[in-house]
Design a protein around this ligand. Structure first.
Ligand code: SAM
Ligand code: SF4
Length: 488
């Protein structure tokens, strides 16, 4: 099955399967001498969760390694969103077989959404696997590893209504020391009919705002200059002081007298950490994104002008079958509001082609929606039926693969056109860029992102270094990158 993505940082195809290493394993006081190898698949939330896992295990004395052949524990943090994501994990597991033969004491664990979906069935299907751990059970990892050390297999896939790992400071993995993901909520209550997430990640719950602000402040003090607030549906972030144990310590002025914190309030709290800390967020749901949030983005210079607003389909009947709870007109209304309130805002989206019963005319509505919005980026997928979802139970997966594929090709071609047009519109303009490091192609060039999340490449200038902001005049573009020179 084909998936196409024009990458941004929240789901970077290049990072799939990346092995993660702690910033500095030697900082850890306890050292059991055991080595952890952890690689992650899927969305940014999984990469962020792997940092929580590494934090929990480094407190037990584990060190991380980028070489699985020397590891004592191999964890693979999995994604279930489409069938090919699961297949990728199964193929990868096969590659660990030799390591296990060489080291029979090796612990192989499966974490994340696939673990949650398949539960103990995973142990039956993949004999290599010793431990299966769902996304809300990572605190139990030291015990589970102990169980495996004692010669047993172990499973914990309990979902929680409260777990947010708020008190765990994630160790930053493979960090450039400049951008960090900060999880603000977990789970999802939306029940889109195609989606497995509500089953694998459980009920939606928001993390206490004070712990989020504290984490962002710590990151800023360590030199980080950009945080991306993560949740499946950030616009429904809601924290209430009424919710028993989630009562915050009232330290900051912003929290005093506030009983309910919504996403707009949270954005403001994080933006107020420091004007030099850029704030991004993902993902917004079209049904929930409010004008209040849009005005908050417009109000704060350091809240980036970039919104990921997955449309999925441009046709109201298909959206209804998908249980997205908005229709075409609603979505267009939200786009118009973004254009009105934040005229320079970049917008990206997710599209699914060939959902159950989708006709050619309905597919054409998706293309016309793309023409209406002119998205800057898009993730584009063929529909993949997932066991247990509402769509799998209610509707036949009746669009032939070839039709799904052809529709996807049309969507991808259109998006490439639009991405290029959007980049071209930046020619001759000045972009404020946060320098992230050397460009992939040459250490004579720096790269960084504009406020609108476009990748910008420009010659290294000894007056500036990664982590600083520079103004870059855009002189050329490739199909995916802006190229220019620093003017101040
Ligand atoms: N919570 C986010 C939202 O609602 O936009 C995104 C969650 S999901 C991890 C990311 C994207 O995967 C979805 O927006 C959708 O386009 C795609 N997706 C989810 N389930 C899918 C399926 N069964 N087949 C194909 N694509 C799917
Ligand atoms: Fe899945 Fe819909 Fe929740 Fe996104 S909002 S995670 S697509 S159920």
């Amino acid at each position: 099955m084909m998936d196409f993505a024009i990458p941004d940082k929240t789901h970077d195809e290049n990072r799939q399967g990346e092995a993660l290493i702690l910033e500095s394993a030697s900082q850890r006081s306890k050292n059991s001498g055991r080595k952890l190898y952890i690689e992650s698949y899927g969305c940014a939330m999984n990469f962020s969760d792997s940092e929580i896992v590494a934090s929990i295990l480094s407190d037990e004395g584990f060190e991380t390694t980028a070489d699985y052949t020397v590891a004592d524990v191999i964890f693979i943090n999995t994604c279930s969103i489409r069938e090919n994501a699961e297949q990728r994990v199964r193929n990868r597991l096969k590659e660990f077989t030799i390591a296990k033969v060489k080291n029979p004491g090796l612990v192989v664990g499966v974490l994340g959404c696939m673990a949650e979906r398949l539960k103990s069935k995973f142990l039956e299907e993949e004999k290599l696997v010793d431990v299966v751990v769902g996304p809300d059970a990572y605190r139990d990892l030291p015990n589970l590893i102990g169980t495996v050390d004692d010669g047993n297999k172990a499973v914990n896939v309990l979902l929680s209504r409260e777990e947010t790992y708020a008190d765990i400071s994630p160790v930053r993995l493979n960090s450039n020391g400049i951008n960090a993901f900060v999880s603000i909520m977990r789970g999802c209550d939306n029940m889109c009919s195609f989606c497995v997430v509500p089953f694998t990640r459980g009920r939606e719950r928001s993390r206490e705002p004070q712990s989020i602000v504290r984490e962002c402040t710590d990151l800023f003090n360590q030199g980080y200059r950009e945080v991306t607030l993560l949740g499946q549906n950030v616009d429904s972030y809601k924290w209430s002081s009424e919710v028993g144990s989630q009562k915050p310590e009232v330290e900051s002025e912003q929290l005093q007298d506030v009983n309910v914190v919504n996403f707009a309030n949270l954005l403001e709290m994080v933006a107020s950490v420091h004007p030099d800390l850029r704030v991004r967020f993902s993902t917004s749901h079209p049904k929930d994104i409010t004008d209040e949030v849009l005005y908050m983005i417009a109000k704060h210079e350091n809240i980036c002008n970039y919104i990921h607003l997955p449309v999925q389909s441009g046709n109201s009947r298909v959206l209804d079958l998908m249980n997205r709870t908005y229709d075409r007109d609603w979505y267009i209304n939200r786009i118009d509001a973004i254009r009105r309130i934040i005229p320079e805002c970049a917008i990206s989206t997710d599209v699914i082609t060939g959902f159950c019963t989708e006709t050619d005319e309905e597919h054409a509505d998706t293309l016309s929606m793309m023409d209406y919005v002119h998205y800057d980026f898009a993730y584009m997928f063929m529909y993949s039926e997932r066991p247990g979802t509402l769509a799998a139970k209610r509707y036949a997966d009746d669009i032939p693969d070839q039709v799904k594929r052809n529709r996807l090709k049309e969507v991808v071609a259109k998006q490439q056109e639009h991405s290029y047009i959007r980049l071209q519109s930046q020619l001759g303009k000045v972009q404020k860029v946060l320098i992230e490091g050397f460009s992939k192609k040459s250490d004579k060039d720096y790269c960084g992102r504009s406020d609108q999340n476009a990748m910008v490449v420009f010659p290294v200038n000894e007056n500036y270094k990664p982590g600083q902001y520079v103004n870059v005049l855009v002189e050329r573009t490739t199909t995916a990158t802006l190229i220019g020179t620093v003017i101040s």
